[in-house]
Design a protein around this ligand. Structure first.
Ligand SMILES: [Zn+2]
Length: 210
């Protein structure tokens, strides 16, 4: 049973939080305070950062939903859970080209957010290199981390592993040559192979095999 709470709505599309998110926030509060020993200011920035990350995910999902609407597809809702967000479209776009555009719309929102933040950082002459300290303690450091988080959201979602956005693009490309069911099967298989390859790569890095 999907237990969710509606926190707001835009253009007739409600945003719902999965109940387990409250456990995640409690855990992060405990993690910030007891494990990495942040002071009150550090803890506030840390929690604001987590909220901003989820806000970036909400914008990403609205990117999918609002572009889908342009193609006449309604979105039931946007659900956020500890593993990310999902815009639940009533059906996938009939034309593969439309599926590609809807899939790319989400990551493009994150790219736009990152670009806007980059402009701000460049204008104020603030370094935008990868932050060494991942827990910001001032506003501009916070902007720098949010810039990188949105860039990561953009790149991560484009990994061609179905059901991620990159995988949806791949399925749409396959759909131009075969039926939707078969294309989904192939895209899921390629997605599993990529997931295993990434896992193997991460393990090799961890144990210095390469
Ligand atoms: Zn997406």
């Amino acid at each position: 049973m999907l237990k969710t709470y509606t926190i707001g709505s835009y253009d007739g599309i409600p945003v719902k939080l999965h109940w387990s998110l409250s456990l995640l926030f409690l855990f992060l509060f405990y993690f910030g305070r007891e494990i990495i020993h942040l002071d009150n200011t550090g803890l506030s920035w840390f929690l604001v950062l987590v909220l901003t990350l989820f806000l970036s995910v909400i914008f990403h999902e609205y990117g999918h939903a609002l572009v889908a609407k342009k193609f006449g597809i309604k979105t039931k809702d946007i659900i956020l859970s500890p593993v990310g967000g999902i815009a639940r479209l009533e059906h996938i776009p009939k034309r593969p080209r439309h599926e590609i555009i809807v899939a790319l719309a989400g990551p493009l929102v994150n790219l736009c957010i990152a670009f806007l933040l980059l402009i701000i950082l460049v204008c104020i002459n603030y370094p935008f290199s990868i932050p060494s300290d991942s827990y910001p303690n001032d506003f501009f450091e916070f902007l720098r981390v949010v810039f990188w988080l949105n860039l990561i959201l953009f790149a991560f979602n484009l990994i061609p592993a179905f059901p991620m956005d990159g995988g949806r693009v791949l399925r749409a490309l396959l759909r131009t040559r075969m039926g939707t069911e078969q294309a989904t099967k192939y895209a899921s298989f390629i997605g599993s192979v990529i997931a295993i390859a990434i896992l193997a790569f991460a393990i090799s890095l961890h144990y210095n095999f390469i």
